[in-house]
Write a protein that binds this ligand. Structure first.
Ligand code: TRP
Ligand code: ZN
Length: 472
């Protein structure tokens, strides 16, 4: 392995690194670095998220996923090619991708065959040449199989879900690894292009804008969807099946695509038609809509136990397609999808904000003051199980305290700083971390900088406090 020409690093620096690694016992025996060359090490198999230590991978940063997927609803077989563009963040001798189930037929790095190893949900690729830190590289993975959904720690199912005539793919927090290999942690956002080949009688939807539709072999159609703004992998989605789709625009020129299972079309028509108005109201409140596409997909009950804010195209089981849930999932486009948690511990930044968006909507359009929603949440015993900033384990990430106490934090903040500063804060937060990641510490720091003062009294009780205070 001669890496010298690709490194640009001095032999001395490489020697120091090798010595330091040898001291740590990290150099594999019998594997000597080329003189003056890179001494790459394998990227980590997880980003050490406290709730999901194996999710994500270290050593590289993905900028783009191009997924080419063919699905046969009869056998449930998925045939995929993932083309991943990434940059090495360390000298890499090997890298991991998260992938659950499915069979990998082969992989390349920069066009050269890579050695492939599977162990559980980790796919390890060893490129022929090591990848020096800073290098941009392209990985392709060819894979196939019948995808299996995951059961979350809280018992809900997610991932690739088969329906009677197609499939729905959802991925919060970990399900996307059931249908494509990737760096499946929200801290590594990327743009996407998702091509779906499926029987021509079926609709095939995904995130973003549809860029092409054309015939493919065997009575199939290939539809390509493009999501140019960064997206966390848990927000990637696919819907293949019989859907009635309708198109329109929102916010002037943002294309809207909604799809509905045909038997639900008339019952959902009125609310679907309200989507552009709801988005416009949220844009007034939260600042510019962060994406170049919008929409919603309504599926039959029984497949998915919750609605999900899949980017630009949230998905709703029929029974949860109501105005409040629509407001919630649309608010996530700003809070969660554009401003994305740094780690799963920061999930209240998604759910607390989306719940507060419901309270704001009820205040503005239902004449229920947010203070009343706050008091109702305060009175509810279940909301006091744990502080929103610290869910006890992965199975509690979507429990009531994350949603309701998360929203209570925001209401207390509003009462403390006043409506005007609070409004500025909501918009400013969405603007400052637009298309980026943010942590709870980022939020408290930002709020204090906008308020121009210490807000520990709010955080200590409402964000981190274990017990219900005496006074609401
Ligand atoms: N994030 C979704 C929402 O509130 C809900 C959700 C996603 C969920 N995954 C879950 C709820 C798992 C319970 C269990 O919009
Ligand atoms: Zn939510």
């Amino acid at each position: 392995m001669t890496q010298t020409s690709r490194t640009g690093r001095s032999p001395r620096a490489a020697a120091v690194t090798a010595a330091a690694l040898a001291a740590l016992g990290l150099l594999a025996a019998g594997c000597t670095p080329a003189a003056g060359g890179v001494r790459g090490t394998p990227g980590a198999s997880g980003v050490q998220d406290p709730y999901f230590p194996r999710l994500g991978n270290g050593g590289y940063d993905v900028s783009h996923y191009a997924l080419d997927l063919a699905f046969d609803p009869d056998g449930g077989r998925l045939d995929g090619t993932a083309r991943i563009t990434a940059r090495a963040t360390q000298d890499l001798s090997a890298l991991n991708l998260d992938l659950a189930g499915l069979t990998v037929a082969g992989a390349t790095v920069d066009g050269e065959p890579a050695a492939v190893n599977r162990a559980g949900d980790e796919l390890t690729l060893r490129p022929r040449d090591e990848l020096p830190r800073g290098t941009e590289f392209t990985v392709t993975v060819d894979y196939a199989g019948v995808p299996e959904p995951l059961t979350d720690p809280d018992g809900s199912t997610e991932g690739w879900l088969n329906t009677s005539d197609g499939a729905v793919a959802v991925g919060e927090p970990a399900g996307s690894m059931t249908w494509f290999p990737g760096n499946h942690h929200p801290s590594d956002k990327a743009s996407y292009e998702i091509a779906l080949t499926a029987p021509s009688r079926l609709a095939a939807l995904s995130n973003g804008v549809r860029v092409s539709t054309g015939p493919a072999s065997g009575g199939r159609t290939r539809t390509v969807w493009r999501q140019p703004e960064p997206m966390a992998s848990y927000l990637a989605t696919v819907m293949i099946g019989r859907y009635e789709t309708s198109t329109g625009t929102a916010l002037g020129d943002v294309p809207v695509v909604t799809a509905v299972e045909p038997s639900l079309a008339s019952a959902t028509a009125a609310l679907r038609a309200e989507l552009p108005t709801l988005l416009a109201r949220q844009q007034d409140r939260f600042g510019p809509y962060p994406f170049g596409a919008a929409g919603a997909v309504i599926i039959t009950d029984g497949l998915l136990g919750y609605a999900l804010e899949t980017q630009t195209r949230p998905v709703f089981p029929a029974s949860s397609f109501d105005r409040t849930t629509l407001v919630h999932e649309l608010a996530h486009q700003w809070f969660g999808n554009s401003v994305t948690p740094e780690s799963w511990q920061d999930i209240w930044l998604n759910e607390g904000f989306a719940t507060y968006a419901e309270w704001l909507y009820a205040e503005e359009h239902g004449s229920v003051p947010a203070r009343d929603s706050f008091l109702a949440a305060f009175a509810e015993e279940a909301n006091w199980a744990f502080p929103p900033a610290d869910p006890p384990s992965a199975e509690n990430l979507f429990d009531p305290p994350v949603y309701q106490r998360g929203a209570m934090v925001l209401h207390k903040l509003r009462e403390t700083v006043g409506d005007e500063v609070f409004d500025e804060l909501l918009r400013g937060w969405a603007a400052k971390y637009r298309h980026a990641n943010a942590s709870t510490g980022d939020f408290t720091g930002y709020a204090e900088s906008v308020a121009g003062r210490d807000l520990d009294a709010v955080w200590d009780v409402w964000l981190y406090g274990k017990d219900r205070p005496a006074e609401p």
